[in-house]
Ligand binder design. Structure first.
Ligand code: PHE
Length: 340
């Protein structure tokens, strides 16, 4: 008996040397400790052993069983460690390895220019707000003093989705939203796409960009409007930029102005560079109409404000000498990747 037990131990030892995986080990565990294992058969045969030898035999078998278990457990531990090491080695991430070449994206020319203007506006204390591109007629028109039958609606050929919802024709839809949601005094701007029915040509597209600025406080005056806009344009277009304020009309501002940058070639006299206009129009602006303040819950006796709206697309066009406005909306990769 003693001999058989020793043989079992030796046999396991032998088999363990060639056992390479934890699943092989599981098979060995079954073979040496399972129901049909040799040691189990020996245990069963204890009943045939004379009673006086039984305790010693029992102890011997028990010892062997424990020894087998110990060997198997140790082997399992070692194999698990080995397998873990192998897995870790295989899954190592080489952060220095080169990725297969993938074309890098570039920043759209409109965004490049917008980022520049946004930085200037933020530096002057304007916070950025967002306005929906698809909006209620109410916000786009009614609450900025353009009622249903107002002739100014003809100025902007709108793209309606339903009777009450349209693609905003102007970022001025941010005005009522700001006034209804922020307690004055506040200084905000909203940059984004606007939409109007337009035939595509060199300077027109049915979608284009505007940047709207709004300032509301006690005693805001035309002088504030003029100095702020002059400063913005100097910072944005260059220190030498001369501006020209012309009287104009917008339903939501009174008085209203249009601001031109004076042509830096002819200094306003008119020349081929400015197509004899002496400059080019940059933005519309004015003192917010008291009715607009009232319509949006701001007491016009206590507060006043100004608003301005840039048509924005001309700036990337000028800076990057882009000949057709539509290039900026076609998403042609050959065009886009020229801008960094
Ligand atoms: N919303 C006007 C436009 O689209 C521009 C503007 C904005 C004028 C704010 C005055 C004040 O033409």
């Amino acid at each position: 008996m003693k001999e058989s037990l020793q043989k079992i131990e030796q046999a396991l030892q032998q088999e363990l040397t060639s056992c390479a995986t934890t699943s092989d080990l599981l098979t060995l565990r079954g073979k040496y400790l399972g129901k049909n294992a040799e040691i189990s058969t020996l245990m069963k045969s204890m009943k045939d052993v004379p009673a006086e030898q039984r305790p010693a035999m029992g102890a011997l078998i028990h010892q062997t069983k424990q020894a087998l278990e110990l060997m198997l457990n140790q082997a399992e531990l070692a194999l698990k460690q080995k397998e873990l090491n192998e897995k870790l080695a295989k899954e190592t991430i080489d952060v220095t390895i080169e990725k297969p070449y993938k074309e890098k994206g570039s920043i759209h020319p409109i965004n490049l220019e917008l980022m520049r203007l946004e930085k200037i506006l933020t530096g002057m204390g304007f916070s950025q707000i967002d306005g929906p591109e698809m909006d209620y007629d109410t916000y786009n028109f009614e609450l900025v003093n353009v009622p249903q039958d107002h002739p100014a609606r003809d100025m902007q050929d709108s793209l309606f989705i339903t009777k009450d919802i349209l693609l905003r024709t102007q970022t001025s839809n941010a005005q009522p939203r700001a006034m209804q949601n922020i307690k004055p005094p506040f200084k905000v701007f909203c940059a984004g796409r606007v939409f109007r029915k337009d035939e595509i040509d060199a300077t027109h597209t049915p979608a284009f960009y505007q940047v709207e600025g709004i300032y509301i406080d006690k005693k805001v005056s035309m002088a504030d409007l003029k100095s702020t806009i002059t400063q913005i344009l100097k910072e944005y277009l260059g220190e030498g930029t001369k501006t020209r304020f012309r009287a104009s009309y917008f339903p939501f501002t009174e008085p209203s102005v249009e601001v031109d940058a004076v042509c830096n070639v002819c200094n306003g006299k008119g020349c081929p560079a400015c197509k004899y206009a002496g400059g080019y129009e940059i933005l519309g602006a004015g003192m917010i109409h008291p009715k607009v303040l009232e319509l949006n819950g701001i007491d016009s006796n206590e507060y006043s404000g100004y608003a301005f709206g840039f048509g924005f697309d001309r700036f990337p066009k000028m800076r990057f000498k882009i000949p057709y406005a539509k290039y900026m909306f076609e998403h042609d990769i050959r065009f886009l990747k020229q801008f960094k």
